[in-house]
Design a protein around this ligand. Sequence first.
Ligand code: ATP
Ligand code: MG
Length: 564
Amino acid sequence: MNNSAAPTSAPAEAASAGHFIRQIVAEDVRTGKHGGRVVTRFPPEPNGYLHIGHAKAICLDFGMAAEFGGRCHLRMDDTNPTKESMEYVDAIRTDVRWLGFDWGEHFYYSADYFERMYEVALDLIRQGKAYICALSSEEFKVYRGVPTQPGLESPSRHRPVEENLDLFRRMRAGEFADGALCLRAKIDMASPNLHLRDPVLYRIMRVSHYRTGDAWCLYPMYDFAHPLEDAFEGITHSLCTLEFEVHRPLYDWVVAQVSPADPPHQYEFARLNLTYTVMSKRKLLQLVQEKLVSGWDDPRMPTLCGMRRRGYPPVAIRAFCETVGVTKYGSLTDMALLEHAVREVLNRTAPRRMAVLKPLKLVLENISAGETRTVAAVNNPEDESLGTRQVPFGRELFIEQDDFLEVAQKKFFRLTPGQTVRLRAAGFVTCTGFTKDPASGAITEVRGEWFPAEAELKVKATIHWVSAAHALAVEVRLYDRLFRVEEPDADKDADYKAHLNPDSLRVVKGYVEPALAAAAPGDAFQFERLGYFCADSRDSRPEALVFNQTVSLRDAWAKLSKPG
Ligand code: ATP
Ligand code: MG
């Protein structure tokens, strides 16, 4: 298994190697199908924010177009106005751009095709290929039947063309109640594929549309609209998830009705599923509305805006999507793989800084009070070009409570009376004593003797620290999985919210070195020995810094994939 989270392969490799979609597109380009053109689209419904599953589709749609010199359209699939809004449209554009993709001039709304789709529908009626049906939705289901037996024809199936035209125009004019009539394609009531048993093309629905307002009370169904949009825009490869596989014969039927010179083809791939989270927009909206998270961009959410706020670099998400690959088989991907991809990037790019989250005072008795020195600390050992910075250092430091033990256990190499450790970038300290609160038993202060780096003492541990006189007090938000179980919505009859992790957010006060005063919202750092963190883009201000934990340092994925 390739766990190196490699970036997208070079085009030359792509033709021979890679997933089945890449092979199909490469072969089509080679044989000159579609005149060598590659035009894809990413068609989200603006009824929620994009999540990591969408990232897989975006990387595939935009990725294939880029790799084969084509283009990818961004299209709002807004044919069902009940839950759609401009807020979501704007968020989708922001997130796709952030992920690193550009649609150029090719931004479209399905709603802008409503008039054209209506004309296609009128044409189908004129050709006797569609009719107005008066069955209720319950009757519709009964008439449609089951795959093993032919369905029943609607009593309206042989309604004369003129009557159908008249009714359809009056439906548009608002003469009928919601659901009273619908337009159906006349295909095959005996088809073993239920989607071909005279599917509904239009329904009456009095709902304002965020783009067309109240201009329409008649809205096209996805199965009618989507293939038409693809045909109108000259899409060549229409990539979608597996649940649409059974819709493909209908997709092809609708496309054939407008006889495009170069018809689009639909290909299906498996959805991305990730452990410890839910991915349906309905459920994510519920978490937001019920205030179980702070919003769509809560850093625990699997949304792209949540991951951005959490500090996930877009390049890491792209690398993750490439590693996951594209298959025809549904599977569950380990969240640890995504976190691994994030670490791979941040390890190379994030400057190191020191922060103490559970402070304990360490007094260096051989340094006089009021004396401030500075030490040079390396910004990133992985990248010398990032240089060093000066860190203030003095008599009183904060260290982590966990780095001191009154009575050392076996294999505890950090501070304990008589033991010496290295202070990151600042020489050594030998522990000479400590003070304890007699009432609570808590350690209140540790004392030590300091030695410069040149002393080259032999030690088995390095600890981090910040100068107490110079430290900045900050808020740090520590995150754990949003859900306690791998598949919170595995049981369709149970409430996935029962699996929410009550400890997924822990807020602590910490101290950081003064260099972090300049941290701009979104800036990423490695807090030495603690993990990767970023300044919160919503709440962090220069006078009150707030940091989000992006990911810990412990790489569960690397451990899993490299045993021993
Ligand atoms: P949801 O089930 O959350 O409502 P959806 O599929 O209805 O998601 P859309 O906005 O229609 O959401 O999705 C836009 C595109 O992204 C579609 O082509 C869809 O197939 C794809 N997509 C959605 N979820 C995933 C996923 N988990 N993995 C891969 N692709 C996805
Ligand atoms: Mg959808």
